[in-house]
Design a protein around this ligand. Sequence first.
Ligand code: A3P
Length: 300
Amino acid sequence: VAHGAVDLSASDTKTVKRLPQAIIIGVKKGGTRALLEYLRLHPNISAPGPEVHFFDRYHDRGLNWYRGSKCVDEVSGRFLAVCGEQTAAKNRRPKSNAADDDGEQMTIEKTPCYFVKREVPARIHRMSSAIKLIVVVRDPSTRAISDYTQSFSKGRTKRSFDEMLFHDGKEKINERWSAVRIGMYAKHLSKWLPYFPLEQIHFVNGEELINNPVNEMQAVERFLGLPSFISDDHFNFNATKGFPCVKRRHTDTDFRCLGATKGRTHPSLSARTLQLLNQFYARHNKLFYEMTGRDFGWPE
Ligand code: A3P
């Protein structure tokens, strides 16, 4: 067993975890943390908090590692006990509430970079051709600004958004900048469609996930075949945070918001920069709407 890996060959069935039946594959800065935390409200969902990165970083560790990796710490790569099961147990209502207790336990994970990694679709397909895939998409211009804001706040760049976006101070957009590239959704989706039919990929509207989380989550529940559970009672729009915050258990009195790294203040861009960015994405967005049969209504 490799360093940090889990040997699941032992016969203790309590330690044997299931492979995921669904994966949140993207997109980075689309609202993937919010989606995962909202899904974890559901008693039938088991999910690790940290991103697993099996299909990009740790693929050579094999499926047994993946099975046990639901609680692998993002930084150390170390296995952290059975938090997926604890999450499920914690949320589960008493048995007497039988109507809410039906349906199978489902394991999910989220690793947002999967959507843009060329090698990942084939690898996931090899594990399970029936797996359900979820992508949170959001106006790619806003997504790019969010991505840049994260890089800047982590000290990965000291340059301005405009300096990163344009080549040589001219108005030509640098398509190779990852903050730009990740938002070309049609291009990335085309790498998945040879492996998975569109019906197996659910798109969450990232703007709606903020403005109307219950609707979006109910659509996710239907896609996953889960009994309906997530309701208005779980959410409260926090005006200070500017985002919905959640009540994890019906006995909790507080609504908890995501941490300070979610919902950062974006730099304000010039109208010209935003116009060029929107124009750049317009053809990519159109293609994406055609491919998915859905118009997300992002600015042109
Ligand atoms: P910003 O921090 O730029 O506003 P991800 O989790 O994929 O990294 O996405 C982060 C983005 O999720 C945030 O980007 C924010 O806009 C969005 N988001 C959606 N719901 C949120 C919530 N309840 N709390 C905070 N951020 C939320």
